[in-house]
Design a protein around this ligand. Structure first.
Ligand SMILES: Nc1nc2c(c(=O)[nH]1)N[C@H]1C(S)=C(S)[C@@H](COP(=O)(O)O)O[C@H]1N2
Ligand SMILES: [Mo]
Length: 384
């Protein structure tokens, strides 16, 4: 290849290379990113590069804390309250988990699309790359359980409050189900004990092979595999073992199924089952003959066991090929070869997880959280 003959227009480390996917960012006056959507559907692999992960901060991005000035307190219903430095945490027997991390609000518009048969949401328009609040990565840390055992859980323990050092008044996101908007709170969630003791629930200091970045909750954050992103509290400063599951804004007001008038409001916990067709894209015109339909599938409750594809709008279904590995908390790539006949076709794909759950699991709800419906993709196959 002669110089100047770029493959798709980008130069990396002095060499011509392919065009890289870009995230959608919101920056403040100082150029600091406070919100980012991941171009995950443009990325071929299973791990989302750290630069391209989604970023959400419900309150305000806090100022960074130097790891040497940071510590974590473990208090409440424990035998021995502790204060741990980052060195202390890293000296415990650690582990890594590879997880899909997803904001419960990503793709909320699809609920309305499927419910009302209305306009297709813009992020799946062909002309715009699909971005979302979904990313997958490898987190390294120590099981929360190990830290709780070091402090000694009292028998009446019921939940573990995880508190971040970011604080503020819920602003632009403070709509919907909440019956009140509190002033100047810290971001905090009280994790039910069973999930807190799951060995896959970790306190993470590293992501994708390097130290966690500030935007993702450095020096230490919680990772709750399978539960929607809001449980994975960033910028941890305190763990408090409680003998109840308390009423908290982000627990019983905001991230709930139901609206402000509902008596029975349910906390949003594990994600449903998701399956997305990434090729071909909606409204594509494709050639007749052998074509590959492919995409990604994941679940909040277990590995993906089965992916089925329909090329006739859901009348008949066939099994697709699922690629290895099929890790419990990661997504899988799947594909299906199809002999495309001329005309318009409605393609669909649906997944089943190891718990036997088939999508959709989550019905339409007021905040449109944890969308996992089957979204049809229409394609035009050219005449032979
Ligand atoms: N301390 C703290 N933790 C938090 C949040 C926050 O605003 N503050 N946002 C939550 C939400 S709603 C999501 S979706 C994820 C986003 O994590 P990320 O920015 O690393 O992708 O973090 C969760 N943990
Ligand atoms: Mo979120």
């Amino acid at each position: 290849m002669t110089s100047g003959d770029e493959i798709e227009g980008e130069w990396l480390m002095g060499w011509p290379d392919r065009r890289r996917a870009t995230p959608l960012q919101r920056k403040d006056e100082q150029g600091r990113v406070g919100y980012q959507r991941s171009p995950w559907a443009e990325l071929p692999g299973l791990i989302t590069p750290t630069d391209l992960r989604y970023i959400v901060a419900q309150l305000q991005m806090p100022d960074p804390v130097h790891p040497n000035d940071w510590s974590l307190s473990i208090e409440g219903a424990v035998e021995r309250p502790l204060t741990l430095t980052l060195d202390d945490v890293q000296a415990l027997a650690g582990r890594s988990v590879r997880v899909v991390h997803e904001c419960s609000g990503t793709d909320a518009d699809f609920f309305d699309y499927l419910k009302d048969g209305g306009r297709r949401p813009s992020q799946f328009d062909l002309n715009e790359p699909h971005t979302g609040q979904t990313s997958a990565g490898e987190f390294t840390g120590v099981p929360l359980r190990t830290v709780l055992e070091a402090a000694g859980l009292r028998p009446d323990a019921l939940s573990v409050l995880a508190q971040g050092f970011d604080h503020g008044t819920p602003g632009e996101f403070a709509t919907g189900a909440a019956r009140y908007v509190p002033e100047d709170i810290n971001y905090e969630k009280a994790l039910p004990l069973e999930k807190a003791l799951d060995p896959d629930t970790i306190l993470a200091w590293a992501l994708n092979g390097e130290y966690l970045r500030h935007v993702h909750g450095a020096p230490l954050r919680l990772i709750t595999p399978g539960w929607s992103g809001n449980w994975s509290v960033k910028w941890l400063q305190k763990l408090e073992v409680l003998t109840e599951t308390p009423s908290l804004y982000y627990q019983t007001e905001y991230f709930v199924y139901g609206d402000e008038h509902d008596e029975q409001r349910e906390m949003i916990t594990s994600m449903g089952v998701r399956c997305v067709i990434l090729a071909p894209r909606h409204d594509d015109e494709i050639a007749p003959g052998s074509q590959v339909i492919g995409g990604r599938a994941w679940s909040g409750a277990g590995a993906i066991d089965r992916v089925e594809v329909s090329v006739d709008g859901g009348e008949s279904w066939v099994d697709a090929h699922i690629e290895e590995p099929r890790e419990r908390w990661l997504w899988v790539r799947w594909s299906h070869r199809w002999d495309a006949s001329p005309g318009r076709h409605t393609l669909m794909a649906r997944a089943t997880d190891a718990e036997g759950r088939v999508q959709p699991q989550t019905p339409w709800n007021f905040l449109r959280k944890n969308f996992d419906g089957v979204v049809p993709v229409e394609v035009e196959v050219a005449p032979a």
